[in-house]
Design a protein around this ligand. Structure first.
Ligand code: 5GP
Ligand code: ZN
Length: 140
């Protein structure tokens, strides 16, 4: 299913032109309009899913292999030495387009620092409380 109000549905379906690096019957991979680094790409399923929690399992099973394939091609084609796979869910996590997508961000020697965080701290009581509350939901 697609959503007629969704820009990524329109891009994935070819209704709006994009710089496409890969396409098959289920996915289109495009270059991000505001690249974090040279070659920053987005994997878009052609079907509309709001985020990872709504993603069809069969589509999901194909996303990581495709991310690996795109990343390997970037290393050869662009000369990046690595890449990040980033996927945002929800506004607080930085999601701005509510059509599931995966960022493939090439990383270059000496390139800008990104996709990083300062390690925090938690004690064993907090770990126990967190793990039991998530487990409870998963088992219900
Ligand atoms: P999010 O923040 O939702 O994880 O990522 C959305 C990404 O889509 C952003 O990196 C943004 O630059 C990119 N983007 C938004 N609109 C368009 C568009 O119309 N075309 C392309 N190619 N990228 C877009
Ligand atoms: Zn959509």
């Amino acid at each position: 299913m697609t959503d007629s109000n969704c820009i990524f549905c329109k891009i994935a379906g070819g209704e709006i032109p994009s710089a496409t690096v890969y396409e098959d019957s289920e996915f289109r991979v495009i270059l991000d309009l505001g690249p974090a680094s040279r070659g920053h790409a987005l994997i878009l399923p052609k079907e509309h899913f709001k985020d990872l929690c709504e993603l069809d399992e069969q589509v999901a099973a194909k996303v990581l292999p495709l991310a690996g394939k795109i990343g390997a091609a970037m290393k050869q084609a662009l000369g990046c030495s690595g890449f990040n796979v980033v996927q945002n869910n929800g506004e607080t996590a930085g999601q701005t387009v509510f059509h599931f997508h995966v960022h493939i961000i090439p990383r270059y020697e000496g390139g800008p620092a990104m996709v990083t965080w300062e390690p925090g701290k938690a004690d064993s009581a907090e770990f126990a409380e967190i793990s039991s509350s998530i487990k409870e939901v998963l088992q219900s």
